[in-house]
Design a protein around this ligand. Structure first.
Ligand SMILES: [Zn+2]
Length: 499
């Protein structure tokens, strides 16, 4: 039996068009919290057993006996726009790899779905359309997407099938790749589904998108049941509400053998989300109110109170270096408290130069020019040093090897600070332990993350609070200076409409 030949590739970026820094080619070469850019045969080995879509797809494809043609896979930390040079270099190499692959039976792409480049608003739609032009109308193209994808009609049109993660924190990235492989198998088996695509009329703040909380617990929990009634696949994408272009926002996409079934499934799911519009909400504290509330709860608790420093989430385009929450911890006199990660390569290098035990002045963080934020001038003691290598063992990173560059634990009063040189979202307890902080032993932990930290920290948290210190990812998307959303789109649940 001749086996199917499937090309695999990946190009992932979540773009906050209001973020402080763009993603150039080097950001993809390095990968940030992701595996480094890899091309050709090494792709399979270097992404194996990592919690990413292509890893799950490859595992399932190998089990099915398909012959894989690896082209290029890369991802960068969320940030402002992908530069034109980076986009064209990477897209060009993926297309060249596929053009040179010879006869193929299908293509799988590991995509995010919320990439905006300097010259292209719809990064994935443009990539998929170029690919479709290259291979013609009949070669199956299947792509997995992030739950935060801002899906466009152009993406849906160019791909045979799109399938999105169903968890936030994204513990099912590899699982979604496996689902993409089963959809590819369905297509290779001769079932060519038709599509239904609907966009929802309001943006959803990421802090209230967690799938462990309502309403998403029920909405996502019900997808498999919706699929069971004659659908090939149905996905709900929450959207990434910090991309200023017409297709920003949540969407539903369904695939079925006939149009009526696909349309009905998409309409029903949209109605279910719309009925929950008011439920995408929660309490947001100012930095000092949040720290005081955490101290009050911690006084009686045996487990840490965890605070999300949500507006500087590097997973949403922040630089992970704002100082508002650190200032609040110190101003309120918090003790047995830790905060991470503050990315400041100069401070990390200075700590390494001074050595453990030294007390010296730092002008810490606050370098990204975020309005309302500034470097924090403080006297700290260097408590521990690290070369930045760690294995993130929690369920979100899923065993990923991280390289945060020179890193240190700085202490001031009862507060300890994880300082590193490269950014990655604080979503794993090992990101405290690698500089000698035992997260379980703290009364208060402040994590620069919006939701992904919940996967590894909910099990040890007394409670979780959300705080809004000045940062580039507002907890309320309606406060962003959007100018290019589609008219009528509500900029938050029950919020004001886009002009
Ligand atoms: Zn995401």
């Amino acid at each position: 039996m001749s086996s199917f030949r499937i090309a695999v590739a990946g190009f992932m970026h979540e773009t906050n068009t209001f973020g402080p820094s763009k993603a150039g080619y080097d950001a993809f070469v390095e990968g940030g919290g992701w595996p480094a850019l890899v091309e050709g045969p090494d792709l399979i080995a270097s992404t194996r057993n990592v919690n990413i879509g292509i890893s799950g797809f490859v595992t399932a494809a190998e089990a099915a006996g398909w012959a894989l043609v690896p082209t290029l896979w890369c991802a960068a930390s969320p940030s402002a726009h992908v530069t034109e040079a980076a986009y064209e270099t990477i897209a060009g190499r993926i297309l060249a790899g596929i053009a040179a692959a010879g006869k193929l039976d299908g293509i799988y792409l590991d995509l995010h779905g919320a990439m905006v480049a300097e010259h292209v608003d719809d990064g994935e739609g443009e990539l998929l359309a170029r690919l479709r032009r290259l291979v013609g109308p009949d070669l199956p193209i299947v792509a997995s997407l992030d739950l935060h994808a801002n899906v466009t009609a152009k993406m849906v049109e160019a791909a045979d099938m799109l399938v999105a993660y169903r968890t936030y924190p994204h513990v099912d990235m590899a699982e979604t790749g496996r689902r993409a492989a089963s959809l590819m198998a369905r297509r290779l088996g001769g079932q060519r589904d038709v599509k239904a695509f609907r966009q929802l009329p309001f943006l959803i703040p990421i802090a209230w998108q967690a799938t462990s909380m309502e309403p998403n617990r029920s909405l996502y929990g019900g997808l498999a049941d919706r699929e069971a009634v004659g659908l090939g696949s149905i996905s709900l994408a929450m959207g990434f509400p910090a991309a200023d272009f017409a297709d920003c926002g949540p969407s539903v996409f369904a695939y079925a053998p006939d149009q009526a079934t696909a349309d009905a499934a998409a309409e029903n799911l949209c109605a279910a989300v719309l009925a929950q519009e008011s439920a995408f909400d929660g309490t947001v504290y100012s930095p000092e109110d949040g720290v005081r509330e955490a101290m009050r709860i911690a006084a009686m608790a045996t487990r840490p109170v965890v605070i999300a420093d949500t507006q500087d989430n590097p997973g949403a385009g922040g630089d992970s270096d704002t100082t508002g929450m650190l200032r609040a911890l110190i101003a309120c006199g918090a003790t047995e408290a830790a905060i991470g990660v503050i990315v400041d390569p100069a401070a990390a290098a200075k700590a390494h130069e001074a050595g453990v035990g030294a007390t010296l002045a730092f002008s810490l963080g606050g370098k990204s020019g975020v309005e309302g934020d500034a470097p924090f001038d403080i006297l700290c003691t260097v408590e521990a040093l690290s070369d930045g290598h760690l294995v993130a063992s929690g369920p979100f990173y899923g065993g990923a090897r991280m390289q945060l560059g020179l890193a240190a634990c700085l202490g001031i009063g009862g507060v300890r600070i994880v300082v590193a040189s490269r950014k990655a979202q604080m979503a794993d307890r090992e990101m405290y332990r690698f500089v000698g902080i035992e997260p379980e032993a703290q009364k208060i932990l402040v994590n620069k993350s919006s939701v992904h930290f919940r996967a590894d920290f909910e099990p040890i948290a007394e409670t979780i609070l959300v705080c809004a210190a000045p940062g580039p990812m507002p907890v309320d998307p309606a406060s962003l200076p959007f100018t290019r959303l589609r008219p009528g789109l509500r900029m938050s649940p029950n919020g004001p409409s886009a002009p």
